[in-house]
Design a protein around this ligand. Structure first.
Ligand SMILES: O=C(O)CCC(=O)C(=O)O
Ligand SMILES: [Fe+2]
Length: 359
């Protein structure tokens, strides 16, 4: 019997060498035209897509930001952040062209020759602030995730122009800068919702002292029903601003037990979600909610999240305003970089990271 193409990688070390060490990623696997998914990507049954758990009649709020100072808009945002942890915004002020440009830049990066992309892998990158990789933490995962990414931690414009790949740096920078306006509006509203009316320097650093933008690439997958693009997780950010393309397949945990709700692509919109850092700072009032991405059998998908984070050196914990007003703290003070380190040392595991900060 002729061997199937998947047999090429029946040996795990050969697959790891091709995908990780040589930098082909899952894009390289996808382009081999494999007929079956390599077993290293087969997820346990409970992590795979199950249509019966999807609630098609539910959806996360879509909020028009054109009158963002209107108290009714503020209420919609604060309610969405506490009930869903997720919402989409439209008329947010980030020009559509900026969004289109960053999507084009994402394709430009992933279409570079493997040798060029691999110059940014963990082993070869000139800086830990720029990293090309695949899956989430392949060295610790029992099953890999069907995703490649480029992760860009912003330090300064100067560093961006020296270290980031030239095919995407200007577009990512512009997307970050234009998004900063709406990020500030959202944080102002969310803080007001907690009766925190002044955002001083220390608070601004805790809320948005650093930013990381990821370019995510989910290539066409053989047997998409057996794997995931990104497994169940909540983000470790304060807020995440996510640009997705028109493909869909991003799901968020719904309010009913074991239910999942699709986040439909809306042209020009941005998906906003609360991350663990904001759940901690708000003492649990705003919720970071589990989400995941399923793989796709017929189309490549991209997404571009901006993770708005505290600075790595910030101590974060429930805001003093909440505690002095009599709330019992649910979380302790933690060094943000310790929290992030903990997240990146284990595979995706739903909402478990936040246990690290619980009192
Ligand atoms: O690709 C997406 O739509 C979501 C990705 C995501 O959840 C993440 O990168 O944290
Ligand atoms: Fe996420």
């Amino acid at each position: 019997m002729a061997p199937t193409r998947a047999a090429t990688f029946s040996d795990s070390s050969a697959l790891i060498d091709f995908v990780i060490n040589r930098g082909n990623g899952v894009k390289g696997l996808s382009e081999l035209g494999l007929e079956t998914l390599p077993e290293q990507y087969i997820q346990p049954l409970e992590e795979r897509m199950c249509m019966t758990n999807i609630v098609p009649e539910e959806s996360i709020p879509v909020i028009d930001m054109s009158n963002w100072e209107d108290p009714e808009v503020a209420k919609l945002i604060c309610d969405a952040a506490s009930e869903w942890g997720f919402f989409q915004i439209i008329n947010h002020g980030v020009p559509v062209q900026v969004l289109e440009n960053v999507k084009d830049a994402t394709y430009r990066f992933f279409n570079l020759p493997v040798e060029v992309k691999n110059m940014y892998s963990k082993e070869h990158s000139p800086s830990k602030n720029v990293k090309f990789g695949t899956s989430f933490v392949p060295h610790a995962e029992r099953a890999f995730e069907w995703k490649d990414y480029l992760s860009l931690f912003y330090v300064s414009d100067e560093e961006t122009y020296t270290l980031w790949p030239c095919v995407c740096r200007e577009q990512v920078l512009e997307y970050m800068k234009k998004s900063k306006v709406v990020i500030k509006q959202l944080l102002k509203i969310l803080m007001k919702g907690l009766n925190v009316n002044e955002i001083d320097e220390i608070k601004e650093s805790m809320l948005m002292g650093s930013m990381r933008t990821n370019l995510n690439y989910y290539p066409i997958c053989p047997n998409p029903e057996l794997t995931v693009g990104v497994g169940r997780h909540s983000d470790v950010s304060t807020l995440t601003i996510l640009l997705q393309d028109e493909i869909g397949r991003l799901f968020v945990r719904g309010n009913k037990k074991d239910s999942w709700v699709h986040i439909p692509p809306i042209k020009g919109s941005l998906v906003i979600n609360v991350g663990d850092a904001l759940q901690i700072m708000s003492n649990g009032r705003y919720k970071s909610v589990e989400h995941r991405v399923f793989a796709n059998g017929s189309t490549n998908r991209i997404s571009v999240p901006i993770f708005v984070n505290p600075r790595p050196t910030d101590m974060i914990g429930p805001l003093t305003e909440l505690i002095t007003s009599g709330e019992e703290p649910v979380y302790k003070q933690i060094l943000y970089s310790d929290y992030v380190k903990y997240f990146f040392h284990k595979p995706h595991d739903g909402k478990k990271t936040i246990e690290f900060a619980k009192i």
